[in-house]
Design a protein. Structure first.
Length: 758
C-alpha cells in the first residue's frame, strides 16, 4: 500500500521536539511565559469551542501560533490532526514559520493554509465524487469569463448588454453562499439575461466537468457538496481533525462557514479568532453574522476577549472604542493599553480637497523634519479616486510615495483611456494614444482597419492619424470602416477647434461625453463601473489645477515617472480596505464627509448594515495608528467643474471630545476666536458630539472672521458674499443651510458659516 500523507505518522522522528505528553510537574513551556493573562488563557483553552475576540493590535497571531504549538507540545494532537485555516498565503506562511520556531519540524505535517489551498487538497483526493479527475485544472478569472462568453453566445445572450464578467461575479457570489445551480431561486437569479442566469450557471458547471476544471469558488463548494452527500468521507475528516483553528473568522462567507461547521460537529474542538469590529468585506461575501452567532452554533462556547493593545496610545484606543460602540451588531470589547497617553486625535476642517492635500503634505514634511520616517506615514482614503489629489501633492513636494493595494491613479484603465484622448487632441501623431482609444468605446474600427493603418504608416513613415486621413481619399477600406473612421477623425478635429475657445477642463468634460466614454461606463453592469466614473470625475478636477492641457499632460508624465521600485522611504497611500492588518506611527484620514464616508453607495445598497460596516471601516482606519491620527473633512468638493457643499461625517460626531481636539488656525470652528484647539472645544465653538456643526471655511483675508455657525443672522432676501461663488441673494433659510441665488454661479445650497454679509 502506498504511503498516504493524510495517515502517515511523521512524529517517529520528532519525539525530542514534540513529546507525547508534558511532564506532570514540569515548568510551563517558554512560549507561554511572555503571554498576558488573556493570551495565555486563549492558548491553553484547548478543549471545546472557543471564540477569541481579538481587538486590533492585541496579538492574535501570537495566540494562534502559541495555541497550535501548545497542542503539539502537550501531545494533544499529532500535526496532521490539526486543521489551521487562514485567509491569505502570507498569513499561512508566517504562521508556519512561527510554529516551526517553537516546535521544529513537526510543523511540516500540519494542515495549515488558506480555505482554497486546503479545499483543493481535499478535492484532489475525492474529485471523482463531483465528476472530476484528480488532475483537474483550476481556471483563473479570464478563463472563466471566456468560457461563460461561449455559453452565453450559444444561448443568444448579448454580451454587451449582459457582460460575461458580471455573470462570473454573480456565479462566484452564489458559490460563496454555498448555492448549487438547483438551489438558485427566481429572486436570486434576478433579471440578468432576462432570468437565464441560473440556467447559464448550470451549463457552466457542466462544461467545467467536461473540461475537468474548477474555478476558485468550486474549491470550497465541491468540498461542501462532498461532505454533505457522503457521510463516510465527512466522518473520516471529522475523526482526523481533532482540533480546528480559524483566523479572521469575521471575514468568512457562508460556504466557508458551512464547511467549518461540518468538520467541527463531531469533536467541537474549534477555536475561531477574529474581531467583529473589523468585518469590512461584506461587499465580497463576508458575513459578520458568522462570528456573532458563534455561541449559538456551539452551545457552551468559551469567549475570550483580547483587549490589551500593544500598538496604539490610550487616546487612539478610547476614540476608536467610543466610535464603534455606536454599532448594534457587535459582541463588545474595550481596548486598553499601558502605553503613555500620547497625543489626542486631531480633527481639521478645510475649505476644499486641494487645501486638505496641501495641509497633509505640509504636516508630513514637518514630521519628516523631526526625523520621523516616511515609511511610518500613511494616508488612508475611503474611495480610490481620492488618491489623485495626494499623489499630485506628494510629487509637488518631492515626497516619494507608494500606492498600496491597487494601481496609482494615473495608471488606472479608465484614466489612461481618458488621457489618451487628450494626448491625441494635443498631439495628433501620438500613435500609442490613438491606437488605445480609436475603438474605445467600440465604434466599428476593427482589427482589419487598424492593420491597414499600420501598413500604410510603416510604408510611408507617417503617423496612424495621418494614415487614416490619407485612406479617406482611397478605396482601400470598406465603406462601413471608412465611415466609422471618418466619424472619429471628425470628432478630434471638432475638439481641436473647441480647444481654441474653451478651457481645458470644459473640453475634457465634452470629450468624455461626446466620445461615448462616460456613457460606456454608465451603461456597464461591471460592479467597478461606479468607481471608474468617480475616477473620471476626479481626473477632470485634477486638470483644473493646471493652466492648460499641455501643462496637465506634462504633469501626468512626471507623476508616472515616480518610480515605485526605487529604494528609500516612502509615504503609503491606500484605501481603508487595503490598510487592514497594517500599522503606522502616523495615520492621515481625509475625506470624512457625509456621502463620501460613510459612502452613500453603501447606505443605498445595504441600509443600516451598510452604515455599520462603514463605521467598522472608520474603526479600522483609526486603529492603524500607533502614535498620531489626523482626521480631516472639506466643506466643498469639486465634481467636474461644479462645486458641491459637504457636511462633516456623522462619524466625527461620534468621536469622544475628551480624546479629540480641533486642529487648525485661530477661529477655525466658529465665532469664538479661541487661542487653542482645545479652547475651541471648551467654548462650544465646535464639538464632535454636535451634529451638523459647520466645517471650516476660509478666513476672509485680513479679518480672521467667520460666518455664524447657524442661519439666524440671515433672512430671505438678504444679500451675501461667498468666497467661491461671489455675491448672491438668500432665497430660503433651512436651519444652518441657505439656498442662495448667486449672481454668477446660479442657485446653490451652502452652509451659513461660509457666507458673509457684505
Amino acid at each position: 500500500m502506498m504511503s498516504d500523507p493524510l495517515y502517515d505518522d511523521p512524529l517517529d522522528s520528532l519525539d525530542e521536539t514534540v513529546p507525547a505528553a508534558a511532564p506532570a510537574q514540569a515548568a510551563p513551556p517558554p512560549y507561554l511565559t511572555n503571554l498576558n493573562e488573556a493570551q495565555r488563557e486563549a492558548s491553553e483553552a484547548l478543549d471545546g469551542p472557543v471564540l477569541v475576540l481579538a481587538g486590533a493590535g492585541t496579538g492574535k497571531t501570537r495566540v494562534l501560533t502559541t495555541r497550535l504549538a501548545h497542542l503539539l507540545f502537550t501531545g494533544r494532537a499529532r500535526p496532521w490532526q490539526v486543521l489551521a485555516v487562514t485567509f491569505t498565503n502570507k498569513a499561512a506562511r508566517e504562521m508556519r514559520e512561527r510554529v516551526a520556531r517553537l516546535v521544529g519540524p513537526a510543523s511540516e505535517s500540519l494542515w495549515l493554509g488558506t480555505f482554497h489551498s486546503l479545499g483543493v487538497r481535499i478535492l484532489r483526493r475525492h474529485a471523482e465524487l463531483v465528476g472530476l479527475k484528480s488532475g483537474f485544472t483550476i481556471l483563473d478569472t479570464d478563463d472563466q469569463v471566456r468560457l461563460l462568453k461561449q455559453i452565453m453566445q450559444a444561448h443568444n445572450v448579448d454580451d454587451k448588454r449582459w457582460p460575461a464578467r458580471l455573470l462570473s461575479g454573480i456565479i462566484q457570489s452564489w458559490k460563496d453562499r454555498g448555492l448549487n445551480p438547483d438551489k438558485i431561486s427566481a429572486a436570486d437569479a434576478g433579471d440578468f439575461a432576462n432570468g437565464k442566469a441560473a440556467e447559464l450557471y448550470a451549463e457552466y458547471q457542466d462544461r467545467l466537468r467536461v473540461l475537468n476544471a474548477a474555478d476558485f469558488g468550486d474549491l470550497l463548494l465541491h468540498c461542501l457538496n462532498i461532505l454533505q452527500s457522503h457521510p463516510e468521507v465527512l466522518e473520516d475528516y471529522q475523526k482526523q481533525f481533532q482540533y480546528i483553528l480559524v483566523d479572521e473568522y469575521q471575514d468568512t462567507n457562508v460556504s466557508q462557514y458551512l464547511w467549518l461547521r461540518l468538520l467541527a460537529q463531531k469533536n467541537k474542538n474549534i477555536c475561531c479568532v477574529g474581531d467583529d469590529d473589523q468585518s469590512i468585506y461584506g461587499w465580497r461575501g463576508a458575513e459578520v453574522g458568522n462570528i456573532l452567532r458563534f455561541e449559538k452554533d456551539f452551545p457552551g462556547a468559551k469567549v475570550i476577549r483580547l483587549e490589551r493593545n500593544y500598538r496604539s496610545t490610550p487616546h487612539i484606543l478610547a476614540a476608536a472604542s467610543h466610535l464603534i460602540s455606536h454599532n448594534e451588531g457587535r459582541l463588545g470589547k474595550t481596548l486598553w493599553t499601558e502605553e503613555d497617553e500620547g497625543e489626542k486625535l486631531q480633527v481639521r476642517g478645510v475649505w476644499d480637497g486641494e487645501t486638505e492635500a496641501r495641509e497633509i503634505g505640509e504636516e508630513i514634511e514637518a514630521l519628516q523634519n523631526r526625523k520621523e520616517s516616511l515609511d511610518e506615514m500613511a494616508i488612508l482614503v475611503r474611495a480610490g479616486h481620492q488618491t489623485r489629489e495626494f499623489e499630485d501633492r506628494m510629487l509637488t513636494l518631492g515626497l516619494p510615495y507608494r500606492v498600496i493595494g491597487g494601481p496609482r491613479f494615473y495608471e488606472r484603465e479608465e484614466v489612461r483611456d481618458a488621457i489618451a484622448y487628450f494626448r491625441v487632441i494635443q498631439q495628433p501623431d501620438d500613435d500609442l494614444a490613438f491606437e488605445r482609444i480609436v475603438n474605445k468605446p467600440a465604434r466599428g474600427v476593427g482589427p482589419a482597419t487598424l492593420q491597414a493603418l499600420h501598413t500604410l504608416a510603416r510604408a510611408t513613415g507617417i503617423s496612424l492619424t495621418a494614415a487614416a486621413h490619407r485612406l479617406m481619399d482611397t478605396d482601400e477600406l470598406k465603406p462601413a470602416a471608412k465611415r466609422h473612421l471618418t466619424a472619429i477623425l471628425d470628432l478630434f478635429a471638432h475638439w481641436r477647434q473647441q480647444a481654441e475657445t474653451l478651457s481645458h477642463t470644459e473640453l475634457a468634460g465634452i470629450v468624455l461625453d461626446e466620445s461615448g466614454y462616460t456613457a460606456l461606463w454608465r451603461a456597464s453592469k461591471d460592479p467597478k463601473a461606479p468607481g471608474k466614473l468617480d475616477n473620471l470625475k476626479e481626473l477632470v478636477v485634477g486638470m483644473a489645477e493646471r493652466e492648460s492641457m499641455a501643462e496637465f499632460l506634462e504633469h501626468v508624465g512626471l507623476v508616472m515617472d515616480n518610480d515605485e521600485r526605487a529604494e528609500g522611504e516612502r509615504v503609503s497611500i491606500m484605501t481603508l480596505h487595503a490598510a487592514k492588518g497594517l500599522e503606522f506611527n502616523n495615520v492621515f484620514l481625509p475625506g470624512w464627509e457625509e456621502n463620501l464616508f460613510p459612502h452613500q453607495r453603501a447606505l443605498d445598497e445595504s441600509g443600516a448594515a451598510g452604515l455599520e460596516e462603514e463605521r467598522r471601516l472608520a474603526y479600522v482606519g483609526i486603529t492603524r495608528a500607533r502614535k498620531r491620527v489626523r482626521i480631516s473633512f472639506a466643506a466643498n468638493r469639486r465634481i467636474y467643474n461644479q462645486w458641491q457643499s459637504a457636511i462633516p461625517s456623522r462619524f466625527i460626531d461620534e468621536l469622544p471630545s475628551d480624546h479629540v481636539e480641533a486642529a487648525g488656525e485661530t477661529g477655525l470652528y466658529g465665532g469664538n476666536l479661541a487661542p487653542t484647539a482645545s479652547d475651541a472645544f471648551a467654548h462650544g465653538s465646535w464639538s464632535p458630539t454636535r451634529r451638523g456643526a459647520p466645517p471650516a471655511g476660509p478666513v476672509i483675508e485680513g479679518t480672521g472672521a467667520r460666518g455664524s455657525d447657524d442661519a439666524d443672522g440671515f433672512l430671505t432676501g438678504d444679500r451675501c458674499f461667498h468666497l467661491k461663488f461671489g455675491m448672491g441673494t438668500v432665497k430660503m433659510v433651512e436651519g444652518d443651510k441657505l439656498s442662495i441665488h448667486f449672481d454668477k454661479a446660479g442657485d446653490k445650497k451652502v452652509v451659513a458659516a461660509f457666507v458673509e454679509k457684505p
